[in-house]
Write a protein that binds this ligand. Structure first.
Ligand code: AMP
Length: 401
């Protein structure tokens, strides 16, 4: 069981409550183009407002590497939070020190104050004890509500929990409960889909999953490396030929762990990576030298659909093909729709996560039909790998402390 003290256990009335959120929202030309992360923190903020807490929001933004970088200020985001809340949000241009103390002293119960980017201080990423103590110094209670930052042992995710009574916020709780339901003690058979571009970025994931799941379905560019390891022709497809030995080792590991590995049996090929490029379906033994594999074929999709239908739990990271470019989105869309249909029929628990995966499920129109979709990238992958997330471990340690 994921262990934590829920927000409802905290005595917050008139207390200064520091909430670690993830406001690292995607921005383009000074505008937020996806406000999902802001929407997800509203339940915690609203609950604290009703509880008459003095709410102080803490977050990182970008990678300023311990220096003040004005274009990475959280200032402009205060307005977006205010709009979402329908309440003003005050902003102070530091996250420690006298400015924070003055602002916290002036803050009335039920009001919200946003502090400046934690990563403007080198102590944040170094998880420096003194910096963590300073962060904690102006608050009475700490609420951790940023699962997507929990894979990093930073001062605002881990260090601070040593200095304040610590609770899980509602977004964190929702995430932990959903992930626990999927892989904590999951209903078997458990099927994992790992897709995406390269084996090299997901080596730990692939190696760790084979001992946890009953079946591993490999899709996307990374399947090509596995196919090449089996001696199949991959033409000029994206393929890490230097990792074919590693792919062979993973397949061996899977065999000894009784984890079945499913690779494409047919593929969609084109001669160029371009929208609307002329494409055709070929069997897995018939990929020509000039072919580029850009999606799985219809037979493979049928196999995947059958495997999903026989599964009880599905965890998914990475697309089956170059889904951003039509018509190479077909495999991902069809598989996602099948999984969503099974979830809606009450036959499958399906949890997916990672930036590209969320985009792919959105493109397939099924993100809200999965059991849970995590917007966390690195943290979701590390969780899927079975690694201990420092920010989550800290919640467990403080739950019994
Ligand atoms: P990742 O970030 O590792 O999950 O990879 C996602 C990216 O993999 C997407 O941008 C896809 O376009 C890309 N991708 C998936 N399948 C292929 C493929 N067969 N060839 C080239 N790129 C692919």
């Amino acid at each position: 069981m994921a262990a934590y003290r829920p927000l409802s256990d905290a005595d917050v009335h008139s207390k200064r409550v520091l909430v670690r959120v993830d406001l690292n929202v995607p921005m383009q030309d000074g505008k937020i183009f996806d406000a999902t992360r802001i929407e997800r923190i509203l339940p915690t903020i609203n609950e604290l407002r009703h509880g008459r807490a003095k709410i102080m929001l803490l977050s990182h933004f970008g990678r300023p590497k311990g220096r003040v970088v004005p274009k990475m200020s959280l200032g402009p985001i205060a307005d977006a939070i205010a709009n979402a809340l329908g309440e003003p949000v005050f902003f102070v241009d530091d996250c420690v020190g006298h400015k924070v103390r003055d602002a916290a002293d002036a803050l009335k119960p039920g009001r919200v104050l946003l502090l400046e980017n934690t990563r403007f201080h080198a102590g944040e990423e170094a998880n420096d004890q003194n910096f963590a103590r300073e962060l904690a110094g102006e608050a009475d209670v700490f609420v951790s509500d940023a699962f997507s930052a929990a894979h990093r042992a930073h001062a605002s995710t881990e260090g601070i929990t040593h200095f304040l009574p610590t609770f899980a916020g509602r977004a964190m709780q929702t995430e932990l409960d959903a992930l626990e339901a999927a892989l904590g003690s999951p209903a078997h058979p458990v099927v994992a889909v790992v897709g995406g571009a390269k084996v090299s970025t997901k080596l730990d994931l692939l190696s760790n999953l084979v001992s946890k799941v009953d079946m591993l379905i490999i899709g996307g560019g990374m399947a090509n490396t596995f196919l090449a390891a089996q001696g199949k022709p991959v033409g000029k497809s994206l393929c890490e030929h230097d990792l074919t030995d590693t792919a062979a080792k993973i397949m061996k590991l899977a065999k000894s762990a009784s984890c079945e590995i499913i690779l494409p049996t047919d593929v969609v090929v084109a001669s160029e990576f371009k929208a609307g490029a002329a494409s055709k379906v070929v069997g897995i033994n018939d990929v020509a030298n000039e072919d580029m594999i850009l999606d799985v074929g219809p037979d493979s999709i049928e196999v995947v659909a059958d495997k999903f239908a026989a599964a009880k739990t599905l965890v998914w990271n990475g697309p089956f093909g170059a889904f951003e470019i039509e018509p190479f989105d077909k495999g991902t869309v069809a598989a996602a729709q099948k999984a969503a249909e099974l979830v809606q029929a009450g036959k499958l628990i399906a949890v997916a996560g990672g930036g590209d995966t969320v985009a792919a499920l959105n493109a397939a129109g099924v993100a809200d039909k999965f059991t849970y979709v995590s917007t966390a990238g690195g943290a979701f992958l590390e969780w899927m790998e079975g690694k201990e997330l420092p920010g989550v471990a800290a919640l467990a340690a403080r739950a019994t402390a």
